[in-house]
Design a protein around this ligand. Sequence first.
Ligand SMILES: O=C(O)CCC(=O)CC(=O)O
Length: 264
Amino acid sequence: MAFTRANKIVLHHQVVGREGAPVLVFANSLGSDFRIWQEIVPSFADRYRIVLYDKRGHGLSDAPCGPYTIDDHTEDLLALLDHLHVENAALVGLSVGGMIAQRIAVKAPARVRALVLCDTAAKIGTPDSWAERIAAVEASGIEDIADSVMQRWFTPSFRATRPAEWKGWRNMLVRTPVQGYVGTCAAIRDADLTTDAARITVPTLCLAGDQDGSTPPDLVRHTAGLIHGARFNIVEEAGHIPCIEQPHATARLIDQHLREAGHV
Ligand SMILES: O=C(O)CCC(=O)CC(=O)O
């Protein structure tokens, strides 16, 4: 793992896999850090150079004062890729990570070879729902909303059969810096990528957990419909974070898409 100053903040990141190979970048969701990808990274490490990073306000990256914008997050990732001398990559983004990926595909199309948009959309939530969440977290911390978030993140079966993991991922959520969490809520609140989505030209796969309570399958399917030629797939028995709950099925879909996109 490494720390780099990029776009005026310190970003925590890790580069693994095969030197000189095509690059695969993973961008995480609200309230999570790059550990969510650990189960699927081995499926790609022999054929790709893999970049994992904690977006601003999350994990071990800096959490500057908010509110943030999707463009702050976008500039962070582009600056990190510059630092790592990555000219172009396939971007795999979960939820707000998928919003960052959509925006980069439009702002810097030469940097993007393919997209995998996991449990995300061109627009997530409403200004009112984000205002309510920001107010609750500012007043009482993430602990106060954690159980309802976890219900959206994971299926009841995951909680029942893997209770220690469920608790561990809950720990990750509640340990997210409040400033980073609400800063990123504001970024999602203010982002409407509907116009951007229609301008995406790279091969795109949208996927959704069948029981995603944050960005339900119909919302993700709608976003796929905005993107020229995008494919849509469901991951069975998964909530909002299929890379944790169903890593093999998720990796298989990503792998198939990257092969079809010629990013191998
Ligand atoms: O996960 C994200 O990046 C945003 C979507 C969301 O609201 C997740 C949650 O339900 O907390």
